[in-house]
Each structure stands twice: as structure tokens, then as C-alpha cells.
Design a protein around this ligand. Sequence first.
Ligand code: MF3
Ligand code: CO
Ligand code: CO
Length: 262
Amino acid sequence: MAVTIKTPEEIEKMRVAGRLAAEVLEMIGEYVKPGVTTGELDRICHDYIVNTQQAIPAPLNYGNPPFPKSICTSVNHVICHGIPSDDKILKKGDSVNIDVTVIKDGYHGDTSKMFFVGEAKPADKRLVDITQECMYKGIALVKPGVQLGDIGHVIQQHAESNYYTVVREYCGHGIGKGFHEEPQVMHYGRPGTGMALKEGMCFTIEPMINQGKPQSKLLGDQWTVITKDRKLSAQWEHTVLVTSDGVEVLTRRQEEVFPWEQ
Ligand code: MF3
Ligand code: CO
Ligand code: CO
């Protein structure tokens, strides 16, 4: 399916879905502490999405083999798509990406955030902060006429100038009625290449940045993706809308101040 341009009515639904996804991340923060399991975090998010938001957790039964849980929890050297488990107890110093996708009124909102369990090692905090900056630098460029290669390039440039590496095997994506629509949004690239953005497009920017080598490995569960060298990986994700003159971040959290607004 080709890239879709959202109508004003669809954009309003994307705003609602995006806000709900953001609110799940706002809600779960206080539960991320030493001793909690990722299975428990999944149950709390699932119940909140289904009962409070009356929405659908998009990951549950998604894909093949069907993803078995309602959120992704990717701890330490897990790059993405970590499966929540009652056996995975979080401990001080762990980092965890919580990735939430909700469906409301037929439309998807997709966002993720890094959390630290207890206090972070300074080197780990630095990776997480630079990864968030990579995402923001990509988002800040979004407006009609800008090309996908321009976005990939600023992300890659910021990661590599800080001696980190960009995961190549997974990327951002168009989003709407579908969870993963066209186009693919790479987190690396060359300026002046790739599809030009148009008003009304919605897509995610979700860089995965590694402390060590960029290579990933898919585990036997067919979902969990880890760094081949078992070094730390970080990821942040927002769903954005291309407006007439810039960008609207559909999954913005209340706590967030964007760098381009300071
Ligand atoms: N939320 C992920 C993304 O950002 C996709 C997760 S697919 C799942 O695209 F099945 F693992 F949930
Ligand atoms: Co996504
Ligand atoms: Co996601």
C-alpha cells in the first residue's frame, strides 16, 4: 500500500490515538522501580489501555508468530520488541524501553520512552540522552519538501559523532489505520535522497542507537532483538504529523519540552 495522506477527520483521530499512547507512558513511570517484573508492567498497561482508555493494545497478537503481550519492554542490550515476562525482574541500574501502541477508533498511536531503574551509570545515561537528541533532531526537520534521507542523515550524524552506532535492520514507519504503513523511515541516510514529505503524512521516528557495534540478532522467540555484542542499546519513538509548515508531535507527553521550543 502506498503512503496515505490523512484527511482532517483522520488527523483528529490520530491526535486522539497519539495522546492515549503518550498517556500510557505517563501512567507507567511510577511503577518502573527495582523488583517489578516486565510482566507486571505489561499487565498494568494492558488494563489501563483496555479498561480506562477503552482502546486496543496493538502489539497483542500482532504479526507472525503473534506477539504475546500488550507492550514491548526492551531491557539493557535488548534493542527492541522485548517480550514482557513475569520472570524478568528489573534491578537497579537497568535501562528499559517501554514501547506502547494503541488503536482508538481505528487509528494507531505509537511511542516509546527509556526509563532507568534506580540510578543510571553516567555512560548509560549519556547513550539514552544522545538517542533522544537523535530523535528530536530528526523530528525538528520535518516539514513539507524535506526528504527522508535528510532525516536519516541528521540522526546518523549525531549518533556517530558521539561514537555510537545506528541499528539498520529496524526503522520508523508510516502509521494510521495500519500499524506499519509506508514509507520506511531509516535512521541513517544521505541528504537530498528519499521520499519528500507532504502535508498530512503521519509516520514514526524511532532511532535505535548502540554503545557498541550496530549489528543485531533475533532470538529464537522470533521477536526479541538484541545487540550482537551484548552492549547497551537505547530507543525513543514519537508519532508525528507533517503540517503545512512543520510538524506536530502526536504522542507528546506533558513533561516534554522540545529542543526547538527552548
Ligand atoms: N511498537 C513497535 C514499533 O515501534 C512495533 C512492535 S511490534 C510488536 O514499530 F508486535 F512487537 F508489538
Ligand atoms: Co513504531
Ligand atoms: Co513503537
